[in-house]
Design a protein. Structure first.
Length: 100
């Protein structure tokens, strides 16, 4: 009987990890790079809704970036997927990658 319990536990943990991974992917926001200001550590993105920040509509806005090195990996016109959060009261891009 212990084997059945172990199998159920492993299945539960695997399913939980799958659900969390799916949620993390859904949290990423699609956007397009409109402007990059490396000196100020800012990027302007035209983006869709950011549900995690209670933004139900897309818009174009300027973001600070958590790591200025992110700005070197993109150029104006690139399509990106990004995550944003509040840090010290400001909305900041915490991760970003090019998308298709």
């Amino acid at each position: 009987m212990k084997t059945n319990g172990s199998v159920a536990l492993v299945a539960f943990v695997a399913l939980s990890m799958f659900c969390v991974a799916g949620y993390a992917q859904d949290a990423a926001v699609r956007g397009e790079v409109k402007k990059i200001d490396e000196a100020a550590g800012k990027i302007t993105l035209k983006h869709g809704p950011i549900k995690s920040l209670d933004m139900d509509e897309g818009m174009t806005m300027v973001f600070r970036v958590k790591d200025p090195a992110m700005l070197k990996s993109v150029k104006v016109g690139d399509k990106v997927k990004f995550d944003a959060g509040r840090i010290d009261g400001q909305i900041v891009v915490t991760s970003m990658q090019k998308s298709r």
